[in-house]
Design a protein around this ligand. Structure first.
Ligand SMILES: [Zn+2]
Length: 352
């Protein structure tokens, strides 16, 4: 858990811009345990992925105190494909990076490429996506994939109709990663590509899948095994994450400067009913609001938390809560006092 960087001000929200936004990166080392991934002459994909992933996490933790790192696996363990996005979503990740090593029939292809979710260019034939998705076939619990068969083209039709709301941010990160690879490593840049990866499709956040090199190419494999290679790759991704975070902060802070809040600076606590949280500021007729007008929001842990208007009396808050519960089954009462969010228990004790 990261520390709650919560500040609420009644006069202006300008102070938000001074705060670094909390940011969580999910690092997903592909394969693991009984699933080795692609196999080279000297190494296995699962081990290379893990080494680079751990190194990347260490670097982030050392250099970016405002970024929280969550791994989907930290050791050579078997992890179902479905558990990777599940971990990412459960931890409210701001970004998901899946790390993989490429492989080809021919020993010629080499270099790095970063994938985002999208339709592959004609002729690409889902080659990489099929291979990376095929771990599902090794798993016992195929039912959780709702009939998705990585080898059947018709399974991918569903993907096509889904608009990926994170496309723009995913593309930004993918671009930054490939730029950094070009800058920091002397390797072939196979650029940013799109394909239908199950794991990217399931994450509710911007996400990329990085292929750090070809295990089937001997010079790439030697580079990937080497400390120097692993270090360069992790440093390049770290730099891309820093740049992405910079853009993220700029965008989010910009938004706050125009926000107004209705919370008054009263001596008594006020109560609100929190309805839901969103990653972004939503338009006022957004479906998540279920037709409710006059909602307000505050920002906490990188989320826009949408609430009812404040009321002074706890009994009124309870009435409001039971009315709103019909539409928002998970809603709950929160309290504010002198510009800060406090527990309801504390609010009640203040009022006495
Ligand atoms: Zn892989």
């Amino acid at each position: 858990m990261r520390l709650n960087k919560f500040v609420f001000t009644t006069l202006t929200l300008l102070c938000f811009s001074a705060l670094a936004n909390a940011f969580t990166v999910i690092i997903d080392p592909g394969h693991g345990g009984s699933d080795p991934g692609a196999i080279g002459c000297k190494s296995k994909e699962k081990d290379l992925n893990l080494k680079v992933a751990l190194l990347l996490g260490e670097k982030i933790e050392a250099e970016c105190p405002d970024i929280t790192v969550i791994y989907t696996r930290k050791s050579d363990q078997t992890l179902a494909l479905k558990d990777r996005p599940r971990i990412a979503n459960k931890n409210n990740g701001d970004f998901f990076i899946s790390i993989h090593t490429n492989s080809a029939q021919s020993s010629k292809p080499c270099g790095t490429e970063t994938f985002i979710l999208g339709m592959a260019k004609e002729g690409a034939n889902l080659e990489v996506a099929k291979r990376e998705n095929s771990v599902i076939l090794l798993e016992d619990d195929k039912e959780s994939y709702q009939g998705f068969d990585p080898n059947k083209p018709e399974s991918y039709i569903l993907f096509e109709f889904l608009l990926d709301q994170y496309n723009e941010q995913s593309l930004l990160m993918a671009d930054l990663i490939q730029q950094q690879f070009a800058k920091k490593t002397d390797r072939e840049n196979r650029s940013v590509r799109q394909d239908l990866f199950w794991v990217l499709h399931q994450t509710k956040m911007p996400s990329v899948l990085v292929e750090i090199g070809f295990i089937s190419n001997s010079s790439d494999e030697n580079y990937l095994i080497s400390k120097k290679g692993q270090n360069e790759i992790a440093s390049a991704i770290l730099e891309a994450i820093k740049q992405y975070k910079y853009e993220y902060d700029k965008k989010n802070n910009g938004k706050y400067q125009s926000l107004k809040t209705e919370v008054s600076d009263k001596d008594n606590p006020t109560y609100r009913v929190q309805l839901f949280a969103a990653k972004e500021e939503l338009p006022c007729n957004h479906p998540s609001m279920k037709g409710e007008k006059n909602l307000t929001f505050f920002k906490e842990n990188g989320y826009f938390k949408y609430t009812s208007q404040p009321v002074d009396d706890y009994e009124d808050a309870k009435k409001l809560h039971s009315a709103l519960k019909e539409k928002f089954s998970d809603c709950f009462i929160i309290a504010f006092y002198k510009g800060e969010k406090i527990s309801v228990k504390k609010a009640l004790s203040i009022k006495k």
